[in-house]
Design a binder for this molecule. Structure first.
Ligand code: SF4
Length: 543
């Protein structure tokens, strides 16, 4: 066993691979919004899964307690991560498996390639795995002459279509069945030319194709939903049985697992096996759950490896506001309720991790100062639906706001070097925020600016709206009008009102300017005879 010191490095390494967007989210989202087929498919699928999830979740009277338990276990696991990983390594090794540690995507890919080379195989079968998508393993192996065949049906469709997954749970959500038939006809050498787009026929074609591969593969590659520190056990949760084939038939099994997937105890599974299927597919229990612990002589793979992948996770862990993103169990419930994801789809996020979790996880893994991911924390309306749906109660909106703050810090940090990345001329936003800071930090300056309000009001015209604003503000009026400002500021109105009312009374109450009467509960009548409500709200125009 090798000695491992994880800890939290002073400068945690950033993650690499398919977690960096290639273009800013707004531009990618704009393009994806033009795809009507995608929007229709997404709308249908997300609503169907969402309704199923609600039905099965409402069956459990202790659902909230389960969410709390899931969150508590993950918090414990993250706080004991170095210790738990070392324990996992000891247990896995003691049972005949081999543990490898990978700092980043490049290292993990190299380790997998080396292990495959030792077997002499040039083709491997794969169980759907986010971690291997994250490190770009398929592309890496392909460039080196090793074919990695995805065996999950949706992943297979995406792979044969030379495409990218757009949803964690339903990777081919953006394809309709006619497109799938065309992909099979073009890319599956053994498929009958008479193949129709009937779902059953498509599934049978994929099944026949995959069976031949399962039976001949010498090496399988998987991810892992969980790693149990107490016993050195790995677990994969799936629906199609392809995972079970991969995990049991080939001689060599290589698993790539993110270090955050470790759980302290086997008993913790009782919580997660209730949370995960209900939150992901809306099922009470998924059809296949495979657990394996090292090597069992004469039964299943005899050459068993696990690669423990960091790739930015210690960096995320070092962020005390963002680290709870590592609690994610990749159920995709947050995606299915997100109004932004529902319209843009997964490709707009440019990462293996789309939707609300992707908007926080990708920047946390790479660092939000990485230019390519800096727009992701803004890909949200902050409506909070993701937080409500998350089975482990990750407060995604709070982390999004935190990352937005980090992004602003990184972009607008002083030039004399507090880590900001911008070094060029000030942007329009810098100038606007500088001017706002100058005006708002002095009452006299603000009063001076407020004298321009009547002019702005007059410029708005008779309908009291601006239909087009200049410069930076133009974005606001691209799809809506901006209301004209009032012709007088509140402060000026209040001053006049106070003056008209005369000196304040000894009991602290003040008469209104037009005969109003201040109430003991703090409510105030409006200047034009408005009526104060008992709850402290004020009616009447303050102008
Ligand atoms: S953030 Fe929560 S809801 Fe979203 S995929 Fe992760 S566990 Fe599921």
């Amino acid at each position: 066993m090798t000695t491992v010191s994880l800890g939290i490095p002073s400068v945690p390494p950033r993650g690499f691979g398919n977690i960096s967007a290639v273009e800013p989210f707004p531009r990618a989202a704009h393009r994806e919004l033009g795809n009507a087929q995608l929007r229709a498919n997404l709308g249908h699928a997300t609503h169907t899964i969402r309704d199923k999830r609600l039905r099965v979740v409402s069956e459990l009277p202790d659902w909230e307690a389960l969410r709390d338990a899931g969150s508590a276990i993950k918090t414990e696991a993250m706080s004991r991560l170095p210790e738990l990983l070392t324990q996992f390594e000891e247990q896995f090794t003691a049972r005949g498996g081999t543990v490898h540690w990978a700092r980043d995507a490049a290292e993990a890919n190299r380790i997998v390639e080396g292990l495959i080379r030792q077997t002499g195989a040039s083709e491997v079968v794969k169980v759907k795995s986010m971690a291997t998508q994250e490190i770009g393993l398929n592309e890496y192996l392909e460039e080196r002459g090793i074919a990695a065949l995805e065996t999950d049906l949706a992943e297979l469709i995406v792979q044969l279509g030379h495409d990218k997954p757009s949803h964690i749970l339903v990777p081919a959500i953006h394809k309709n069945r006619t497109e799938i038939r065309d992909i099979f006809l073009a890319e599956m050498p053994d498929v009958a030319p008479s193949l129709t787009d009937e779902p059953r026929r498509l599934a049978m074609a994929a099944r026949a194709h995959l069976r031949r591969k399962f039976l001949s593969a010498k090496v399988a590659i998987s991810g892992a939903n969980f790693g149990i520190a107490e016993t050195g056990t790995l677990g994969v949760v799936e629906s199609e049985g392809n995972g079970r084939m991969c995990l049991t038939l080939p001689e060599t099994l290589i698993t790539v697992m993110g270090i955050e997937k470790v759980l302290p105890r086997a008993q913790d599974l009782e919580v997660f096996m209730q949370l995960l299927p209900r939150s992901s597919t809306g099922e009470r229990m998924n059809p296949y759950t495979s657990l394996w612990t090292g090597v069992t002589p004469g039964d299943g793979p005899q050459n068993v490896h696990v690669i423990l992948l960091d790739n930015g996770r210690t960096r995320a862990l070092a962020d005390r506001h963002g680290r709870s993103a590592l609690h994610c169990i990749r159920c995709s419930a947050c995606m299915n309720v997100c109004p932004v994801y529902e319209r843009t789809g997964g490709h707009a996020y440019g990462s293996t991790y789309p939707g609300p979790i992707g908007a926080i996880l990708s920047p946390l893994l790479t660092g939000v100062e990485a230019e390519e991911n800096s727009s992701l924390p803004y890909a949200s309306s902050l409506c909070g639906a993701c937080f409500d749906a998350c089975p482990v109660k990750i407060n995604i909106p709070e982390i999004l706001v935190h990352l937005r703050g980090e992004d602003v810090e990184a972009k607008h940090a002083p030039r004399s070097g507090s880590g900001g990345r911008r070094r060029g001329l000030p942007t329009q936003m810098d100038v606007a925020l500088g001017a706002a800071s100058w005006a708002l930090s002095s009452g006299d300056r603000l009063g001076l600016l407020e004298k321009g309000l009547p002019v702005a009001r007059a410029l708005a015209g008779r309908d009291g709206k601006f239909t087009r604003l200049p410069g930076l503000a133009a974005g606001w009026t691209q799809s809506r009008d901006a209301p004209a400002p009032p012709s007088e500021s509140f402060r000026s109105w209040w001053k006049k009102r106070e003056k008209a009312a005369g000196p304040a009374k000894g009991d602290g109450t003040t008469d209104g300017a037009a005969g109003g009467r201040a109430k003991g509960d703090g409510a105030t009548d409006g200047a034009a005879g408005g009526r104060a409500k008992g709850d402290g709200a004020t009616e009447g125009e303050a102008q």
